[in-house]
Design a protein around this ligand. Structure first.
Ligand code: AMP
Ligand code: TRP
Length: 335
């Protein structure tokens, strides 16, 4: 990997499921794949974030590799971008500690994702790690002097906190960090649950029936799409308000086929939802089958996958280590 003068991009995903879901693929991975051309990009499998909720140890290792394999299979090129695992770079935990000491208790307490997640678990059982999760995320970003952080809308507040912490550090100890910007692409489609088309597709959904997993076998995905919730009107047209189910199918169809929603609507004009679903099954399978096959290939050779990740970790350690050295020097921590 050669040094470039391109701006730095940083993003990551938790290895918290055996498979990514279609929303991750459309909303994040395909975005990242495009952006890696214009940025010096760092893509991280954030396993330290994953342990803020209980994880089975063997499962965590497996899901870390599976997540990395899916990044590559979806088009993240380890020769262009730095793909690595968070726990391979100890600077993340070290900088997070420093940033913890600069974050106000009330400031951290205003993070809405913590409020949601801890409410779900019960405030008493939620870990302090879950509380400081956004500060570890700030460390991830600031270590690489990232200019751009592509994330979903739900992460905007965490990137705002990151900016506040960068500015605070810079004004207290001298210019050290680049202040990053969240990249929340307006054009990026949001994918909704096939059964509850008003809710975001998510691996934490109550029922599995509305969730399309990238690694599911074709027949499983086909069944889910054919059973997707629609409406009684029987007309293929886009209207998010009154026809959330059909509109979601049209969005997915449009994004994966590269056709505009209007042209998909025109194609299915006068035909039923069954036809639209059958067409969508093919479009989804056409996109996901190669990703699935490539993922399986990568997972069948864990030594090669680990070699790629070690290579990414080496570059990440170099860059992050430089920033951490400067931070320690600025605040008077002996090395
Ligand atoms: P998560 O694993 O839910 O934290 O999401 C990781 C990334 O995938 C984030 O950048 C999200 O914005 C994106 N993402 C997750 N679910 C969806 C969805 N249903 N539609 C679009 N993007 C999504
Ligand atoms: N919190 C992010 C999410 O749940 C994942 C994440 C961790 C991240 N560190 C990051 C995203 C740094 C962007 C940059 O989606």
């Amino acid at each position: 990997m050669t040094e470039t003068s391109k701006p730095v991009l940083f993003s990551g995903m938790q290895p918290s499921a055996d498979s990514l879901q279609l929303g991750n693929y459309i909303g994040a991975l395909s975005q990242w794949t495009k952006m890696q051309e214009d940025y010096d990009a760092f893509f991280c499998v954030v396993n330290l974030h994953a342990i803020t909720v209980p994880q089975d140890p063997a499962g965590l290792v497996a899901r870390t590799r599976r997540t990395a394999a899916q990044y590559i299979a979806a088009g993240i090129d380890p020769a262009k971008s730095t793909l690595f695992v968070q726990s391979h770079v100890s600077a993340h935990a070290e900088l997070a500690w420093v940033l913890n000491t600069l974050t106000g208790f009330g400031e951290a307490g205003r993070m809405t994702q913590f409020k949601d997640k801890s409410q779900k678990q019960g405030t008493d059982t939620a870990s302090v790690g879950l509380f400081t999760y956004p500060i570890l995320m700030a460390a991830d970003i600031l270590l690489y002097q990232a200019a751009s952080v592509p994330v979903g809308e739900d992460q905007r507040q965490h990137v705002e906190l990151t900016r506040d912490l960068a500015n605070r550090f810079n004004s207290r100890f001298g210019d050290t960090f680049l202040v990053p910007e969240a990249h929340i692409s307006k054009g990026t489609a949001k994918v909704y649950d096939l059964q509850v088309p008003t809710a975001k597709m998510s691996k934490s959904a109550e029922s599995d029936a509305g969730l399309v997993n990238v690694l599911d076998p074709a027949n499983v995905t086909k069944k889910k799409i054919m059973r997707a919730v629609t409406d009684d009107e029987g007309v293929v047209r886009f209207d998010r308000e009154t026809k959330p189910g059909v509109s979601n199918l049209l969005t997915i169809y449009s994004v994966l086929s590269g056709q505009s929603v209007d042209s998909v609507v025109a194609e299915y004009d006068g035909r039923g939802y069954g036809d639209l679903k059958k067409g969508l099954v093919e479009v989804v399978e056409g996109s996901l089958a190669p990703v699935r096959e490539r993922t399986e290939e990568l997972l069948s050779d864990p030594a090669e996958l680990d070699r790629l990740l070690a290579q990414g970790a080496e570059r990440a350690n170099e860059v992050a280590g430089r920033t951490l050295d400067l931070v320690y020097e600025r605040i008077g921590l002996m090395r």
